[in-house]
Design a protein around this ligand. Structure first.
Ligand SMILES: NC(=O)c1ccc[n+]([C@@H]2O[C@H](COP(=O)([O-])OP(=O)(O)OC[C@H]3O[C@@H](n4cnc5c(N)ncnc54)[C@H](O)[C@@H]3O)[C@@H](O)[C@H]2O)c1
Ligand SMILES: O=c1ccn([C@@H]2O[C@H](COP(=O)(O)OP(=O)(O)O[C@H]3OC[C@](O)(CO)[C@H]3O)[C@@H](O)[C@H]2O)c(=O)[nH]1
Length: 389
């Protein structure tokens, strides 16, 4: 039976479009490409320096969507082919970024260039060619909550007005300049302001996405297995690496920071709604997160330890966590967001989207993937004698 014609939220038929996806080879990009290939008629021009996370979508030629996804190995810093791809597409999605906190204070210039300078031509080509842009920013543009400046024991800290982060109301509050951690968030803030100005002055049709800690399979890398041994990925991969190696999980400054985590598969649903409902998404900035999944980093470590024990069948360590200073773990210039709870009003109103997956469930499916993918390789790596110097 022919599948029913797909319609948008207002009942209009959805026409097949061509999407230029920059950064398609990354964590979010790979899941978005999977969704677009499996559930839509759209075509993807996948632009990235790497394609290992989307190779399963590109080969073999017998895949049902073959011909609808093309990989272009391009570094957008310096490649004249970029404008041509943007002109070929109906929509450009820009995911490209250095977005691992360990880089922000140690590679601040690369971080600023990647998140601001390198995005400038993408915005320019979209605006000059009247092409729609979905630009990926970050929840980190909010920085710290207003409540974090109140006395520690102030009851006002419990008032949502002091911590709920709202796209069209909350300020962006960063640390001082020598806290170079904020190089990333500040670069993201300025590119948001440039996109917004292109919309206001030149009519660019844009949507800005502020992801709130999206996690799931294929996020970052496991150091020493599919990434550099000395690499420091984001917390999911750090903790997964510790669990896979039977090491205690390191809690930076005691793991007191709070985060809300959303399952990548829930978040991708929100992005697909933005893609296929331009009339509802254009001109908006969207928080995309799960306010129901808030934990401290310490609680995340405890939950991941429990879930990993269940999926691997291995007992947890007697002492599953150790505290480390941020200076020791990240080096000079680190600082942190205290709390990140997204206000969901705008995305609910415009797109009717809400996340579905609990933190326990998303950790169970993600750690099952991590164990299945890496446990054997880690066992081999650990059993190999260290080459004598
Ligand atoms: N994952 C999250 O929870 C999260 C949270 C906040 C913001 N974001 C934002 O979402 C976007 C995607 O994040 P992700 O988690 O998929 O990260 P990722 O690092 O997995 O993916 C980024 C991709 O961009 C590519 N890239 C970087 N610079 C490039 C260049 N010059 N030319 C071509 N390709 C380049 C990288 O090779 C990588 O594949 C980023 O802009 C990030 O700031 C993600
Ligand atoms: O081994 C570890 C690793 C990290 N932490 C602490 O966990 C918190 C979260 O860290 P992380 O996931 O690396 O990143 P952030 O949430 O701080 O910022 C990211 O969020 C969005 C994005 O923009 C892109 O993904 C990025 O900036 C943090 O408090 C670490 O200190 C730990 O204790 N142990």
């Amino acid at each position: 039976m022919a599948s029913a014609a797909r319609v948008d939220l207002d009942g209009n038929p959805i026409k097949a479009m061509t999407i230029c996806m920059i950064g398609a080879g990354g964590f979010i990009g790979s899941h978005l490409c999977e969704k677009l290939m499996a559930e839509t008629p759209h075509k993807v021009l996948a632009v990235d320096v790497y394609n290992d996370k989307i190779k399963h979508l590109l080969e073999p030629a017998s895949l049902p969507w073959a011909g609808r996804i093309q990989f272009h190995r391009i570094n957008i810093k310096n490649d004249s082919r970029l404008e041509g791809l943007i002109k070929m597409a109906d929509l450009t999605i820009n995911l490209a970024a250095i977005c691992t906190p360990a880089d922000y204070n140690t590679r601040p210039l690369d971080t600023i260039y990647s998140n601001f300078i390198d995005a400038l031509p993408v915005v320019k080509y979209c605006s000059e060619n009247n092409k729609r842009l979905i630009h990926f920013s970050t929840c980190e543009v909010y920085g710290k909550t207003i409540g974090s400046f109140l006395p520690k024991d102030s009851p006002m800290r419990q008032d949502p007005a002091y911590f709920i982060l709202k796209e069209d109301a909350s300020p962006c509050i960063f640390g001082s300049i020598e806290k170079q951690r904020w190089s990333y968030a500040c670069a993201k803030q300025l590119i948001e302001r440039l996109v917004y100005a292109e919309g206001a002055e030149n009519g660019l049709e844009f949507t800005i996405v502020r992801p709130f800690n999206w996690i799931g399979p294929r996020m970052d890398f496991i150091p020493g297995i599919d990434g550099p041994s000395e690499g420091v990925p984001r917390v999911l991969a750090c903790f997964s690496n510790n669990l896979l190696r039977g090491e205690p999980l390191k809690l930076v400054d005691g793991g007191q920071s709070q985060r809300t985590f959303v399952y990548i598969k829930d978040a991708i649903e929100a992005v697909l709604l933005m893609i296929e409902n331009p009339a509802r998404a254009n001109g908006h900035i969207f928080n995309v997160g799960n306010p129901n999944n808030e934990v401290t980093v310490r609680q995340l470590a405890e939950m991941m330890t429990e879930v990993y024990s269940k999926v691997s069948g291995e007992p947890a360590l007697e002492v599953p966590t150790i505290d480390v200073s941020s200076k020791e773990f990240y080096g000079e210039g680190y600082d942190d967001s205290d709390k990140r709870i997204p206000d969901m009003t705008i995305i609910n109103t415009q797109l009717g989207w809400n996340p579905k997956t609990s933190l326990w469930d998303l950790l169970e499916s993600t750690l099952t993937y991590q164990h299945r993918t890496y446990a054997e390789a880690i066992k081999q790596a650990i059993s190999k004698p260290i080459a004598s110097s």
